[in-house]
Design a protein around this ligand. Structure first.
Ligand code: C5P
Length: 258
């Protein structure tokens, strides 16, 4: 459904550089739908997220295709396995040219460190410019403190405390950043400083539809909270005119950080 916050199509200004990098989520079923969206957004988007659905459908070919279009790629596989397996998977993903890859921080420091090492090796083997940064997923935005406690066989937890604790695991294991909601970003930043890049999903333009997300934030709110990257899903992809919606995001970001 069209997002009511997005104005009708008109002249679309060119993106103004800002320190926050917008990433559009290719949450689509197959390569042809992904290709249509990438072509529609054209030069308005240089960075795409490939998640489990698209990666399962198309494999690493979709990453190579995006790289061939000159786009940077965030591969959001949220890996969680024994260190040796995660090392190999991270190495393979980085070899295909991904710039960002997610692993679950709850997999532990040894697993995160294995991912970092694998990504480093794979990026070198694939001659991937800029390398592949490992991001730790802290607490999924679909979980609350009670659900996290139940899953771990313990009383309800405070989400912010858990997110900060897991972010520290990622930093100490050599990870380059964490995925967290905008609402925990300031606490993570305060505890870890700028060394850990923050990637914030759940972004909505002011007044836009929230969909199934619980804790959303505007692009400028995420920028103020310290985001290095923001992930744009339906705020752009479900808009009546995705390029116009993305231009509104760029305009908001340039007002904050430009
Ligand atoms: O459409 P929407 O903006 O809600 O999509 C958000 C994107 O960010 C989806 O691709 C989703 O998988 C991802 N994501 C998230 N929350 C997290 C991690 C990733 O919404 N904690």
């Amino acid at each position: 459904m069209a997002d009511p916050a997005v104005p009708p199509s008109g002249s679309i200004p060119a993106p103004v550089p800002s320190s926050v990098v917008p990433i559009v989520a290719l949450d689509v079923a197959d390569g042809s739908a992904a290709e249509a969206l990438v072509r529609r957004l054209g030069s308005h988007c240089d960075f795409y997220k490939v998640g489990l659905e698209l990666f399962a459908a198309e494999g690493p070919g979709i990453v190579r295709w995006l790289r061939a279009q000159g786009k940077a790629v965030f591969v959001d596989l949220k890996l969680h396995d024994i260190p040796n397996t995660v090392h190999g998977a991270a190495r393979s993903v980085a070899r295909h040219g991904a710039s960002l890859l997610t692993v679950h921080a709850s997999g532990g420091a040894e697993m995160v460190a294995a991912a970092v090492a694998g990504a480093h090796e794979g990026a070198a083997e694939g001659a991937a410019e800029g390398g592949c940064t490992i991001l730790g997923v802290t607490i999924l935005t679909s979980l609350d403190g009670a659900a996290v406690g139940t899953a771990g066989g313990r009383p309800p937890v405070t989400v912010e405390t858990e997110v900060v604790r897991l972010a520290r695991v990622v930093r100490e294991a050599g990870g380059g950043g964490v995925v967290c909601s905008g609402h925990e970003a300031a606490a993570v930043r305060a505890a870890n400083g700028p060394a850990l890049g923050l990637l914030i999903p759940g972004i909505r333009l002011a007044g836009g539809a929230v969909h199934d997300q619980r804790r959303v934030m505007t692009p400028s709110g995420a920028a103020s909270a310290g985001a290095r990257w923001i992930v744009l899903g339906r705020a752009v992809t479900a808009a009546a005119d995705p390029p116009v919606a993305l231009a509104a995001v760029h305009a908001e970001l340039s007002g904050v950080t430009g």
